[in-house]
Design a protein around this ligand. Structure first.
Ligand code: GLN
Length: 192
């Protein structure tokens, strides 16, 4: 069985744990750098990317997470987690982890639509997935090795770059675990 970590510094941590367990995998809430040794893949949850970044600095997570990625371990960022993974953030000079070859823009669906749900066709996952968007970012641009998995109103909202998976929405907030399962399959393949 694979062990999936959820970065547990801030945000929708428990919901991801529930979704991982619903898929029959083992979930570990990662609060300390040492715990990265025991997991096969990591989910960075939604929340607030600037707050999460501050805590990542405080607990010394930035370099260890880059090393985790350099070992080929899969990482999945949802919403704020997507921003944390991105190589480029519109309006910012420096990224956070800077691992996934995408450019993201924060809070990009407009104030009047702070949160909404939309049915999405996600390549390799589902053609009727209900995405929950909460002050969501979107992917403005992708590098050539990035596969676009889903769009909403012409905006990219899910993509995969090899071991890195990211989406604008919150797949853990519904009872549809197919997106989580898709990530777990990536982790299983990487482990083999
Ligand atoms: N707006 C948040 C940010 O920029 C992300 C929101 C979320 O994760 N639901 O970090």
């Amino acid at each position: 069985m694979v062990k999936i970590g959820v970065l547990g510094l801030q945000g929708a941590v428990r919901e991801h744990v529930r979704s991982i367990e619903a898929c029959g995998a083992e979930a570990v809430v990662v609060k300390k750098v040492e715990q990265l040794q025991e997991i096969d893949g990591l989910i960075i949850p939604g929340g607030e990317s600037t707050t999460m970044r501050r805590l990542m600095d405080q607990y010394g997570f930035i370099e260890p997470l880059k090393e985790f990625a350099a070992k080929g371990k899969p990482m999945f960022g949802t919403c704020a987690g997507l921003i944390i993974l991105a190589k480029r953030i519109v309006g910012y000079e420096e990224p956070h982890l800077g691992l996934m070859d995408i450019t993201v823009e924060r809070n990009s669906f407009g104030r009047q639509r702070e949160s909404f749900e939309a049915e999405l066709a996600i390549a390799g996952v589902a053609d009727d997935f209900v995405g929950v968007f909460i002050r969501a970012p979107h992917i403005v641009e992708v590098g050539e090795d990035v596969e676009i998995l889903a769009k909403h109103e012409d905006r990219i909202v899910a993509a995969r770059h090899g071991q890195f998976l990211g989406c604008s929405f919150h797949p853990e907030l519904t009872d549809d675990h197919r997106m989580t399962q898709y990530f777990i399959n990536i982790v299983k393949e990487a482990k083999e």
